[in-house]
Design a protein. Structure first.
Length: 318
């Protein structure tokens, strides 16, 4: 099997063993996978991961024989819980202490011809959703997590960061009927992607404070930028993951009485519903697509400042 291999350096190998699904798992032939900021942070040491990265994907189930999902086109939740702990019993494998995470922790990922995931993690893709949009299911679900966690999120909401995730968050929050302001380094580009209905402001020109701020810069300094625009007793939603530890003024949280909310993976059902409705600008986020054999080049493209979504297409598996 071919796959992208990371062990202090990135390479494409053709001698990797095809994964064998454990009981309850499915073998998925990957059709398309997307590079996200977390993948780039893994190259810098995030989570200490070694193996095949990648967690945003769409593919088709090829096994095991008799699987109810055989032949179906699927996307997948990336956290695989143990199935036996208190968190899993509560239906929360995302916080299972023994979980593996696709392409991030303890489980090879999607930048390969094949991957495996528990069947319960997989969701069938509606026929109306093309692969190039279905591949966004995981980050769109992460955007919906904010609404699931805080359906009472006050308005207007300021989203800091006009990268791939920040743009998706702004679009999802606006779709839910909320008033959204996006602080952007590239306001013209962000405005053309999001369209009317979302106020796009250059990051350096934001003057007011907001009752809710979503930090989606993907950078440690995002904390300082976000809190500079957060009202007293406001809600700060943290979406960035990165290698390294930022300096945080804990006293400021106490004095301003802020609520700080970590927000990670999210619900796939509303994400797939939104993709099927075709009213999110996911296709506008695609900047380039590379075959699997040129994955190193794809990563070099994705790491460019301001790059949007770069996709990897395995093509014919072998």
């Amino acid at each position: 099997m071919r796959g992208v291999w990371f062990d202090r350096a990135l390479s494409v190998r053709a001698d990797l063993p095809r994964p064998v699904p454990a009981p309850g798992e499915a073998l998925v032939r990957v059709s398309l996978a997307g590079i996200c900021r977390t993948d780039l942070e893994i190259l810098r040491g995030y989570m200490g991961f070694r193996g095949i990265p990648g967690h945003e994907f769409v593919g088709r189930v090829e096994g095991p024989a008799g699987s109810p999902l055989a032949g179906r086109r699927v996307v997948g939740e990336i956290n695989a819980g143990c199935g036996a702990c208190a968190e899993c019993d509560r239906g929360d494998p995302r916080h299972c202490g023994s979980r593996t995470v696709l392409g991030i922790a303890g489980r090879n990922g999607a930048f390969a011809d094949y991957l495996t995931l528990p069947e319960r993690n997989l969701h069938v893709v509606p026929g109306a959703v093309p692969d190039i949009e279905a591949v966004f299911a995981e980050p769109v679900a992460a955007a919906f997590e904010i609404i699931e966690q805080r359906p009472d999120l006050p308005e207007p909401v300021l989203v800091i960061g006009d990268g791939k995730l920040g743009l998706l968050i702004a679009a999802v929050l606006a779709r839910s009927g909320r008033r959204v302001v996006l602080g952007a380094k590239r306001p013209d580009r962000a405005g053309s992607i999001l369209g009317p209905g979302i106020r796009v402001t250059p990051s350096g020109e934001i003057r007011e404070a907001f009752p809710a701020v979503v930090e989606a810069t993907g950078r440690p300094e995002g904390w300082e930028i976000a809190t500079a625009h957060l009202s007293p007793r406001g809600i700060l939603v943290l979406k960035s993951t990165y290698h390294g530890k930022p300096a945080i003024d804990l006293a400021a949280i106490v004095i301003a009485e802020w609520t700080v909310l970590g927000s990670r993976c999210g619900p796939f059902a509303p994400a797939i519903e939104a993709l099927a409705a075709r009213d999110l600008p996911v296709a506008k986020l695609i900047e380039a697509e590379y075959p699997l054999d040129r994955s190193v080049e794809a990563f070099e493209h994705a790491v460019r400042p301001g790059a949007l979504k770069v996709l990897i297409r395995p093509g014919d598996a072998r």
